[in-house]
Design a protein around this ligand. Structure first.
Ligand code: NAD
Length: 419
């Protein structure tokens, strides 16, 4: 019988699991062979997740032309969507005229949340926690001597009382500098270890102890100037600004605006073995932090008429821990990028997000002004066909109307006008 109620699936070898799939879905040998391809992961796949039957490959493309902080980078991008790599490369090429991308970032500080419930005096509990901040930090740091030795570790405690459907709750934020790790395991371990002490201090009951993906203390920023004449002139600058203002005013457009940014960001996050769900969750939560869902980028016009783009978002990325240190392809991609710190990786990825957004907006804005371009082009074609004087405009008009801006058609139109 066809059932998904299979006990002990996890205990089976992947060949046996494949046999079950074959019976379940009537897969043939070729289909099983496709599923079971291990690629660069080989036997590692089985150790990375549970119930493994194979791997799911993605194309890996390299974006070119990126100059970031006056250094050249080749950017590995793992993505199934066409045009993303070409668009990023094209945007990076255009940015070079004004020096490429300039970036910065905050310290890699993550937030561990500890939820304290069942408190009759939540505000007093908040004060008690704050009084014992040093002891809490010491306790947290005992969990991770490696991180502390590297200059990281728990650095601060923040406490809020929030109103919830089940009454007031005290939410403790443990701020941890996670250095070159994404930090989830490190922070979760710390949050779990201080929880009993927090219960003792407050008399409340700790429920959740988990990292927040809204990493507001771990921001990456990038900036680029796109020279007006490099990107197609005044009309393109205005078109991009108008598109950006549309996204700022309308969440329906804004979702797609930010999706375009994440096309670039996720592709590099995946290529470096990082947790793209964590990055996605953080990015969209950050886009909504004012209470309105807003673009992650900002576009302005400089006094010279050039387009100036900036991006700021939380990027919780690691060079140690997670899949980055185990996935063979991720390891090579990190080497290709030549990054030495997680912050450097985050800044590069922010620059890619900005480039991707520019490319998308430019494509949309130029399609929007295509009519203007076509009529200019049609006049040139009319001249090339031999039209002079008033006839240039008349031939051009017919070509645009017919959407046949071609020399052969221009000649035919001109002949009929001359008859
Ligand atoms: P990890 O625990 O594997 O590695 C971090 C540890 O490496 C540190 O605690 C430290 O002891 C050590 N270390 C050595 N050199 C270091 C350096 N230079 N900088 C920092 N630390 C160094 O990994 P992690 O980054 O704590 O956790 C990442 C994993 O957690 C990811 O796989 C992610 O998918 C997963 N995860 C995510 C969430 C979430 O996002 N909500 C929740 C749970 C787990």
């Amino acid at each position: 019988m066809r059932t998904s109620n299979i006990s002990g699936f996890y205990k089976l070898a992947s060949a046996e699991r494949l046999k079950i799939l074959q019976a379940f879905a009537g897969l043939n040998e070729d289909e099983l062979a496709v599923l079971s391809m291990k690629g660069a992961l080989d036997e590692l796949a089985d150790r990375m997740i549970e119930n493994v039957v194979g791997t799911m490959p993605l194309p890996l493309g390299i974006a070119t032309h990126f100059m970031i902080n006056e250094m050249d980078y080749l950017i590995p991008m793992a993505i199934e969507e066409p045009s993303v790599v070409a668009a990023a490369s094209n945007a990076a090429k255009m940015a070079r005229a004004r020096g490429g991308f300039y970036t910065s970032s905050t310290e890699p500080v993550m937030i561990g949340q500890i939820q304290v419930t069942k408190l009759s005096d939540p505000s007093a509990a908040k004060f008690t926690v704050l009084e014992h901040k040093t002891a809490i930090l010491e306790l947290a740091n005992r969990c991770d001597p490696v991180l502390v030795k590297l200059g990281g570790g728990a650095i601060d405690v923040d406490v809020r009382v929030i109103a919830t459907d089940s009454g007031p709750q005290v939410i403790l934020h443990l701020l941890v500098n996670v250095k070159d790790a994404m930090g989830a395991n490190a922070v979760n371990t710390m949050a779990e270890s201080v929880a009993p002490f927090v219960e003792e201090l407050t008399g409340g009951t700790v429920n959740l102890r988990i990292i927040s993906n809204l990493a507001t203390h771990r921001l990456a920023r990038a900036k680029a100037v796109f020279a007006r004449d490099e990107i197609g002139g005044e009309a393109v600058v205005e078109g991009i600004l108008s598109a950006y203002h549309f996204a700022k005013a309308d969440p329906f457009r804004c979702a797609t605006h930010n999706k375009g940014i994440m096309n670039g960001i996720d592709a590099v996050v995946i290529a470096t073995g990082n947790d793209f769900r964590a990055v996605e969750a953080g990015a969209h939560a950050y886009a909504s932090i004012t209470g309105r869902y807003l673009p992650l980028t900002c576009w302005e016009k400089s006094s010279e008429g050039d387009l100036v783009g900036t991006i700021e978002l939380p990027l919780a990325l690691g060079l140690v821990g997670g899949a980055t240190t185990t996935h063979p392809t991720a390891k090579v991609n990190v080497k290709l990028l030549g990054v030495r710190t997680a912050n450097e990786l985050a800044e590069i990825i922010a620059a890619v997000g900005l480039a991707q957004n520019f490319a998308a907006l430019r494509a949309l804005a130029t399609e929007g002004i295509q009519r203007g371009h076509m009529s200019l082009h049609a006049r040139n074609v009319a001249v090339a066909a031999g039209a002079t004087g008033d006839r240039i405009e008349r031939v051009a008009e017919i070509l645009v109307k017919e959407r046949k801006v071609r020399l052969d058609r221009a000649k035919e139109v001109l002949e009929t006008l001359l008859q």
